[in-house]
Design a protein around this ligand. Structure first.
Ligand SMILES: NC(=O)c1ccc[n+]([C@@H]2O[C@H](COP(=O)([O-])OP(=O)(O)OC[C@H]3O[C@@H](n4cnc5c(N)ncnc54)[C@H](OP(=O)(O)O)[C@@H]3O)[C@@H](O)[C@H]2O)c1
Length: 288
């Protein structure tokens, strides 16, 4: 692992699910100036307070005021966007433009999900991420895309309902899924800036297993057999508006289940072993 020439790291979205762990991982490394960029107006936020107590500088900008944004992020070497669900293009292009203005060296956009085959039409929810990548690649800034599959903490949203011991598969249970914990995605992101392959590249991380294998882990951790619901027709019913029309979130999950691709991971380029799903479930799922 090479030494990094980056000193000041600015993170947008550090009060969110993932951004907090990214900021925390940089702070744990102890060698960076970490800035948490928040949107004005200033408000109290527990995660921001916690990061500040560990040494982060909390800075505020009006994201719609280019000069304010530029003045606030001056001196940044690496800008990381972990902004959440929304208009991923318009919410980030202002951050990318400001980064370019102030001479940021590397920009890591808010990807942090599944990967799809090159040239494939993006899902509408992800279209803004794709559009941003196109601009980023032409910007002259270095970039890294981090693909981690589904966060452990979001497997419930993805269909694994531990409370009711029920899982919904939107594709065959023999299909693959890739999974990583939020804290480990934070660590991978922080370490990525020391890894040569991450410069203008893709970093793929996480454990890959089949949906059936993952179900077995949930069953082992909960000590009981789960009900399996197979709903493989969600995308067609959604598209053709066939009753009962599936909720958009189910259509998105079905899109991921049916279209994500799984190239080899880069886990072994990093200094740590990620938390296993078994360890995670044993601490987070009730055993009956
Ligand atoms: N792989 C998975 O399983 C999975 C699951 C969920 C999300 N993700 C991805 O992970 C990334 C981060 O998602 P998240 O769930 O961590 O985000 P989040 O918690 O919803 O939001 C993160 C932060 O973004 C900031 N923010 C919100 N709206 C914004 C806007 N319009 N403009 C600028 N900043 C805004 C807020 O910070 P301030 O209020 O401090 O400004 C917020 O705390 C996204 O790319 C998302 O697609 C992946």
């Amino acid at each position: 692992m090479s030494d990094t020439q980056f000193h000041t790291i600015t993170i947008a979205g550090a009060t969110g699910n993932l951004g907090f762990h990214i900021a925390n991982a940089f702070l744990n490394q102890g060698s960076y100036n970490v800035k948490v960029l928040r949107r004005k107006p200033e408000n109290i936020n527990e995660k921001a307070n916690l990061l500040a107590s560990k040494g982060a500088k909390i800075v505020y900008a009006d994201f719609n005021d280019k000069n304010d944004l530029i003045n606030t992020i001056k001196g940044t070497d690496v800008f990381i966007s972990a902004v959440g669900y929304g208009d991923y293009y318009n919410n980030q292009i202002i951050l990318l433009n400001a980064s370019k203005e102030v001479g940021v060296k590397r920009f890591i956009p808010s990807e942090f999900g599944s990967e799809f085959a090159q040239g494939m039409e993006p899902h509408p929810i992800l279209a803004g991420k794709y559009k941003l990548r196109e601009v980023l690649e032409k910007s002259g800034l270095e970039y890294t895309y981090i693909f981690n599959g589904v966060f452990y903490e979001f497997l419930e949203v993805f269909g694994f309902d531990a409370k009711n011991k029920k899982v919904t598969f939107y594709t065959s249970g023999n299909e693959k899924v890739r999974i990583t914990s939020l804290a480990d995605v934070g660590r991978y992101t922080a370490e990525s800036i020391k890894i040569p392959e991450a410069r203008n590249g893709i970093i793929r991380v996480g454990y890959t297993l089949t949906l059936n294998e993952l179900l077995q882990k949930f069953e082992d951790a909960s000590g009981s057999k789960w009900e399996v619901v197979e709903d493989k027709d969600v995308q067609r019913r959604f598209k053709e508006k066939i009753d009962p029309i599936p909720p958009p979130i189910d259509e998105f999950k079905a899109f991921i289940s049916n279209n994500a691709v799984y190239y080899d991971v880069d886990n072994d380029k990093f200094s740590f072993t990620p938390l296993s799903i078994t360890e995670f479930l044993n601490s987070n799922i009730k055993h009956s």
